[in-house]
Design a protein around this ligand. Structure first.
Ligand SMILES: [Zn+2]
Length: 316
């Protein structure tokens, strides 16, 4: 375990924020950034991540083609307003559905992901350019991209400043970065009491709009827009109702549901040969969720609410 201090302020003092899975997240007295300290050493984190690969339900992520495609379309609608074509890099491309959608819209996309089976699926089945590894391990030519995109990746990065500087170096001057993350640091720690919702220590850093602007400022980006969508479905009451509805729904529509794996002996994952067929009811569920999050969530009162933030920044 290693103790870390705030990436922006150094040792300005911290206060306890939330505890989960035996890990402590603190809030910086200087800027409000929330981060895990002490945290597993780099070697331990690598081991945790490798362990996590087996924890992620790869088959489920690949079957979830409707949701992934929907999210990709929403994101590309926004990217397209600023940069309608060109070389695009997705960091954390998972099964590659965003890359496929970007290709359809005329971009020249490349993705990287640490999970080998995802990369094989994206390459062999979707026919997109995906490479296995991290920003540090995959060789990409500097100043060669027009767009960098990532979704729910930032909180996992052990060194956010270094990673953002590297993303900056991959963009041509004036290139665009669009990414999505949460707003945890804007909410009081009590919001999470008794839950595992912060996913510690997989999520090492939690930001809010203020800290995201600081991150951009220090890594060579100009923040152009921060869009805020209230996660209405994550409020305690709707969340409980939704989970209940989903459990009813899943009971009645088992087609394509994964067989329950035995705890000690997970079946080895086999990369499918084909893209799963879109399921009508599932597509409908995704549309309703999307409407609630991105349409109602954009206009709902956001004060004190959990939100997803979509940031548009330009390389200076
Ligand atoms: Zn700080």
């Amino acid at each position: 375990m290693e103790a870390v201090s705030c990436i922006f302020c150094g040792d300005r003092g911290t206060r306890p924020y939330h505890e989960e899975n035996g890990y402590q997240a603190v809030s910086c007295d200087g800027c409000g950034l929330v981060f895990v300290t002490p945290r597993p050493s780099e070697a331990e984190m690598k081991r945790l991540y490798e362990g996590q690969e087996t924890k992620v339900d790869l088959g489920l992520q690949i079957r979830n083609v409707e949701r992934a495609t929907y999210e990709a379309r929403r994101a590309l609608d926004l990217v397209g307003r600023y940069q309608p074509s060109g070389r695009l890099l997705e960091i954390g491309c998972a099964a590659g559905y965003f890359l496929r959608e970007a290709l359809r819209r005329g971009y020249d996309p490349t993705g990287i992901d640490i999970t080998g089976p995802f990369v094989r699926y994206a390459t062999d089945v979707l026919g997109v350019d995906a490479r296995e590894g991290t920003l540090a391990s995959v060789e990409l030519p500097p100043a060669s991209f027009d767009v960098v995109y990532h979704r729910n990746v930032l909180s996992h990065l052990a060194y956010p400043l270094d990673a953002f500087r590297q993303m900056r170096s991959l963009l041509r001057p004036g290139g665009l970065m669009v990414y999505q993350t949460g707003n945890v640091a804007e909410l009081p720690g009590e919001r999470w009491a008794g839950t595992n919702e912060l996913d510690l220590p997989d999520h090492l850093y939690h930001f809010g709009e203020r800290q995201l602007r600081m991150l951009a400022e220090r890594t060579g980006f100009e923040t152009l827009d921060v869009r805020r969508y209230a996660l209405l479905l994550h409020e305690p009451a709707p969340r409980a109702a939704l989970l209940h509805l989903q459990s009813l729904f899943r009971k009645n529509h088992k087609n394509g549901a994964p067989a329950k794996e035995q705890k000690n002996k997970p079946a080895p994952f086999v990369v499918p040969n084909d893209v799963p067929r879109a399921r009508l009811l599932h597509s409908l569920e995704v549309l309703v969720d999307g409407y609630i999050t991105y349409d109602l969530g954009a206009v709902a009162p956001k004060e004190g609410r959990r939100a997803t933030l979509v940031v548009v920044a330009r390389a200076r």
